[in-house]
Write a protein that binds this ligand. Structure first.
Ligand SMILES: Cc1ncc(COP(=O)(O)O)c(C=O)c1O
Length: 364
């Protein structure tokens, strides 16, 4: 169609993980668990829910464009209001960053094997996306630094990385940043940072003050608020000021902001989330080893399992689905031979364990 530019025409629509309803209908199962989208298995922050409910009495009013939550985040993280952005999920901020800073002939540099959101943001902006291979399923920061050219405008890093679960450490990050020119912007996506706190050498970006880095974070994972669409970011005021110009004026909704603000106060829920995840993170590898399944050690709330072929990965996912466990094959993430499995609650992990044992011991 001539009205549509070729870079939009060729875009492949985002395919979310299968829903429990789809699987229930397909296989006629009564019990289904969704371990496909890295959602919070214990639910949502009760304080977040309560605050969202309270905000309902004002929904006849337009929201304030994010001011309330930005103020709260600024106070909490001891930065200026001008250093904070918020949006309809961190994915919306990511898309706005690409729209704000990319010129037509500039390039986005990242890896094949990271969050789909950056691919879609670059492709839908019609700019060149350069993807380097992963090294041992992790970001190869040296190779990325080597690949920077005069057109490299944005480098996207996810730490821990979705979907591999790997992370780069403080030393690697600091060395990398000495090689990034100031004309290149680094997006440091920390959607899973709350789970990585267990790792002492994890580089929490809030401990740095780098003028060409934007940190992105989300309430969708550790705070369990994926459905309300609320995310945030930190950066130098000049960067934030311009991203805020591009953002939809009334994004995010007052309900989403209230939920996020409430969740920030909910240290109890955050701790329960982290504790629950830690148990699964330490337990599941024992099972994978026992069953001879390859997995990548993780710093996040999911494991990635590599197979030899895409067919094997798809067959494995289908076998789990038949047993009521929804997982995520990773073609869209440019890793078609891999599958990602979210870490669940104790009960969910037990159901996964039962299904895995059936599948692996049957085929042995
Ligand atoms: C690395 C990464 N960044 C961003 C997001 C998007 O988060 P949000 O729900 O805040 O848009 C996700 C969600 O899966 C993610 O894995």
């Amino acid at each position: 169609m001539t009205l549509v530019p070729p870079y939009i025409e060729s875009l492949i629509p985002y395919k979310p993980g299968k829903s429990a309803e789809q699987i229930r209908e397909q296989y006629g199962l009564s019990k289904i668990i969704k371990l496909a989208s890295n959602e919070n298995p214990i639910g949502s922050s009760p304080k977040g829910i309560a605050a969202a409910r309270d905000s309902y009495h004002d929904i006849q009013l337009y929201p304030d464009g994010g001011l309330m939550l930005r103020n709260k985040l600024a106070k909490l993280y001891e930065v200026k209001l001008d250093n904070v952005v918020v949006g309809n999920g961190s994915e919306s901020i990511l898309a706005n960053i690409v729209r704000t800073f990319m010129d037509d002939d500039e390039e986005v540099l990242t890896v094949a094997g990271t969050f789909i959101g950056i691919y879609v943001a670059a492709w839908s902006r019609g700019v060149k996306l350069v993807t380097l291979p992963l090294k041992d399923f992790a970001f190869d920061l040296e190779a990325i630094a080597d690949a920077i050219n005069p057109k490299t405008k944005i480098i996207y890093l996810s730490n821990p990385n979705n979907p591999t679960g790997t992370y780069f450490n403080k030393k690697q990050f600091e060395k990398f940043m000495t090689r990034v020119p100031s004309r290149t912007l680094v997006i440091l996506d920390e959607a899973y940072c709350e789970y990585a706190e267990d790792f002492d050498d994890y580089p929490d970006s809030m401990t740095y003050r780098l003028d060409n880095v934007i940190t992105l974070r989300t309430f969708s994972k550790a705070y369990g608020l994926a459905a309300v669409r609320i995310g945030y970011g930190f950066a130098h005021e000049d960067l934030c000021r311009n991203v805020l110009k591009v953002k939809l004026p009334f994004e995010p909704s007052s309900i989403a902001q209230a939920a996020g603000a409430g969740a920030l106060d909910d240290t109890e829920f955050l701790k329960l989330t982290q504790d629950t995840n830690r148990i699964g993170r330490l337990e599941m590898p024992k099972l994978y080893d026992e069953l001879g399944l390859k997995y990548i050690p993780t710093a996040a709330n999911f494991f990635m399992l590599p197979f030899d072929t895409e067919d094997e990965a798809l067959k494995f996912s289908e076998e789990l689905e038949k047993r009521g466990v929804i997982v995520r094959p990773l073609r869209g993430f440019m890793l078609p031979h891999c599958v990602r499995i979210t870490i669940g609650t104790k009960e969910q992990n037990e159901m996964l364990t039962g299904a895995l044992k059936e599948i692996c011991l049957k085929s042995a």
